[in-house]
Design a protein. Structure first.
Ligand code: ARG
Length: 390
């Protein structure tokens, strides 16, 4: 067995092995939470300074010095001059370390009335809000591109298929706008996740509140949440639920995109030739000079599977947790962050692909055989009084 001396950290002396096992991916992932952690801390400190204590915990001058210190950390981070070390374990203790190094006792006071449990919860919600809004904007851009593409080709005939077999006459306009409407429908799920996200958990502390006259409404308002959680345990239990709801919504968006990708892969095969992908968005082969491969569409299809699996991972991590904070929740952070990355990059890449998509009307017409009109013919006869079954 490896002999190792305990390492002194802000939250106790532990072996390096335990430290690295428990910190996990946080040292890297938490870089995405630096801004949120500083902003959350600024709101917390503002609230603490306004708390009716005699003497107050912070004077206005002290409060402003701390906020300046937090702004400086955000600036440092932009210049790659802010480190989260293994000894810090996470962004929360890294920010506190730097604040304390620069401000002494003021830095040591900021954690009054808060726990890392509500701190990470609020950080993730600030992060999520930004990500959800960006996702929504990108989804809108793609839906718009689909609608415009559909409108441009609204009277271009296209065989409608069931079981992949020719079924009924349809149009490119109907096909493309179906995906636009589908995406807007998926947005409803993201909107639901956004509303769940719009509640401030700060002040729930370890999950059971604190015996201080804190003002949870004030921090909630300062951070732009619709309201604080009513119940502090519910605030703690919200971690895992938020991630699940969000990933389910993102996974639905990805599923819609994956089906669009699948259609495009089929309809751009030379055997169909309905559409042609912009060649600048296809990749070549290292051996076959003629190749123009739809790698984007294939990777999107695979990443849709990953995103759905990630939603399941998070639901399963959360499923058996007893009330209150459990460290298991840390493991939901990576899939949560990755989910936004997978969905947003897919939305972003599909828009130019669609804008560059060329339509071959001749090829689309070749897809029609007389049989495609069989149902139209039968219904025309039924209109004239012939029993449909006949
Ligand atoms: N990195 C931790 C997480 O993501 C922060 C909270 C740690 N809290 C604790 N009680 N150990 O959950």
């Amino acid at each position: 067995m490896q002999q190792s001396k305990d390492m002194k950290t802000t939250v106790g002396a532990i072996t390096p092995q335990v430290l690295s096992y428990t910190a996990g991916e946080d040292v890297d992932l938490d870089r995405q939470l630096i801004d949120a952690d500083c902003i959350g801390t600024a709101a917390h400190v503002t609230m603490l300074a306004a708390m009716p204590l005699k003497p107050p915990l912070f004077s206005k001058v002290q409060r402003d010095r701390i906020i300046d210190g937090l702004v400086r950390i955000m600036q440092d981070a932009r210049r790659e001059r802010f480190q989260i070390t293994l000894k810090d374990q996470d962004v929360h203790l890294a920010v506190e370390r730097v604040l304390t190094a620069r401000l002494g006792d003021l830095g040591r006071k900021v954690h009054t009335g808060r726990s890392r449990n509500d701190q990470v919860a609020v950080d993730l919600r600030l992060f999520a809000k930004e990500q959800m809004l960006a996702t929504t904007a990108e989804l809108g851009v793609l839906a718009d591109a689909l609608l415009k593409f559909g409108y441009r080709h609204r009277v271009v005939p296209m065989v409608g298929r069931t079981h992949m077999q020719p079924a009924m006459p349809s149009s490119v306009g109907l096909w493309a706008s179906a995906y636009a409407e589908g995406l807007l429908e998926d947005q409803v799920m993201l909107q639901a996740a956004y509303e769940i996200n719009d509640r401030c958990p700060l002040g729930s502390a370890a999950g059971y509140g604190v015996p201080l006259p804190i003002d949870r409404r004030l921090t909630s308002d300062l951070l732009g949440f619709r309201r604080p959680y009513h119940n502090v345990i519910c605030a703690a239990n919200g971690r895992g639920k938020l991630e699940t709801a969000t990933l389910m919504a993102l996974s639905q968006i990805m599923t819609t995109l994956s089906r669009l990708a699948q259609d495009l892969m089929i309809f751009t095969m030379p055997e169909f030739g309905y559409f042609k992908l912009p060649s600048s968005m296809c990749t070549g082969s290292s051996i076959m000079p003629q190749k123009n491969n739809p790698d984007i569409l294939e990777l999107l299809r695979a990443r849709a599977a990953r995103l759905t699996a990630d939603a399941m991972v998070v639901a399963e991590i959360t499923r058996a947790l007893p009330a209150g904070y459990n460290r298991d929740l840390q493991e939901t952070k990576a899939p949560f962050m990755r989910g936004f990355l997978l969905a947003r990059s897919a939305l972003q890449v599909m828009t130019p692909l669609l804008n560059g998509l060329r339509v071959d009307q001749e090829a689309l017409l070749r897809g029609f055989s007389p049989a495609v009109f069989a149902t139209d013919r039968a219904l025309a006869l039924a209109r004239q009084g012939m029993p449909f079954r006949e």
